[in-house]
Design a protein around this ligand. Sequence first.
Ligand code: UDX
Length: 441
Amino acid sequence: TGPAPRLTVIGTGYLGATHAICMAVLGYDVLGVDVDPDKIERLASGEVPFFEPGLPELLAKALDSGRLRFTTSFAEAGAFGDVHFICVGTPQQKGSYAADLTYVDAAVTELARHIRGPALVVGKSTVPVGTAARLTELLHKTAPAGADAQLAWNPEFLREGYAVDDTLRPDRLVFGTTSAWAEERLRAAFAPVIAQGTPVVVTDLPTAELVKVAANSFLATKISYINAMAEVCEATGADVTGLATALSYDDRIGGRFLKPGLGFGGGCLPKDIRAFTHRAEELGVGQAVAFLREVDGINQRRRARTVDLVRELAGGALAGRRITALGAAFKPNSDDIRDAPALDVARTLHAAGAVVTVVDPAAVPNARRAYPELTYATDALAAAAGSDVVVLLTEWAQFREIDPHVMGDVVAHRRIVDGRHALDSVQWRTAGWDYRALGRP
Ligand code: UDX
């Protein structure tokens, strides 16, 4: 099999930084590349520019080992690497559902110019199906004559908050390749992970691209399914938490991603289902995934319904009411506020005239930068002083552990909306709170 390949990771955002650090910890020589000199400088000095449990320790270890370096130079990347991972972002375009591929195109173009000798370029970014075929042409057109460059696809399934574990011990590896050589290179680049017994699915480029969006669409659909049942529960007096528990004991359904509440957000699920819808329409198979529009719609309605519950508890009007919003991040153990349901709700309450204080253990700096009009705090008890309604929007452990008696002593009214079914309703009601939750009587 020859010596271990030398790896570059192009794009050191969330996905790329995690991948680069983990690969170095697994024993590869890795070069992280980014066009943002500030990001590169921070990573090179041992600072992870985002919140991810366990990652700072691994970065220190990787830097100490001498196996991980960072650069802004694509020339250096081309000279250094045998296998190049493309990990740049593919955000939603402004004013459209389509994915913005300018960063992917730029990364492949810049890298291709500097490739020497045989090299494998591996796409990891989430892209519309068909992108890899187009990038293959771009690569061959741009790489110097005689440089043997091939493209492969290796989708990434890591979850924020569990990124290290998901990278070091993934459920599966998916390799989209067009040659035995590319497959052999990828197997060499993941040898320690494969040695643990991780299943490897080797397939073609379009299938590999599709696996990612198909997986995220399924997960989004599962969440919206139980949230649709919550809407039905609300109309019938049934309890969606009991319903979800009963469904979860059916092995064919399972309990994971069946948690009802405020719904999904983040940098992946919402944008991926929209980009998928858009791409399917371009391909003439829009009808096949038309249900994803409804999945998105159900998800958006949960946000509106949460605002309605707060308004009801506040006595029918929001103007001038003091609201304590627990949570800003799109989920716990993250400082990511991209498409965060929590901040969407907080901003709607604020726009309706409520006096909103947003509490979050990690996401306040990001939230403040994006929405300076809101008031922020990191301590829930201090923030809740004099509050008319408390609303739990992100289920951080700190919020689950709040003592309803202690918080009850500082608020003006003991009223709480539990947007994530994270609190013990009996305990809160016993402590004198008017407790409301989506999909529960
Ligand atoms: C997701 C996918 O899980 C991952 O495989 C992919 O690579 C990237 O997108 P991530 O965005 O980190 O990962 O978050 P995830 O843990 O999947 O949660 C997504 C959203 O769904 C969160 O807002 C969460 O609060 C919500 N959610 C999740 C629910 O509302 N109910 C659930 O049962 C599960």
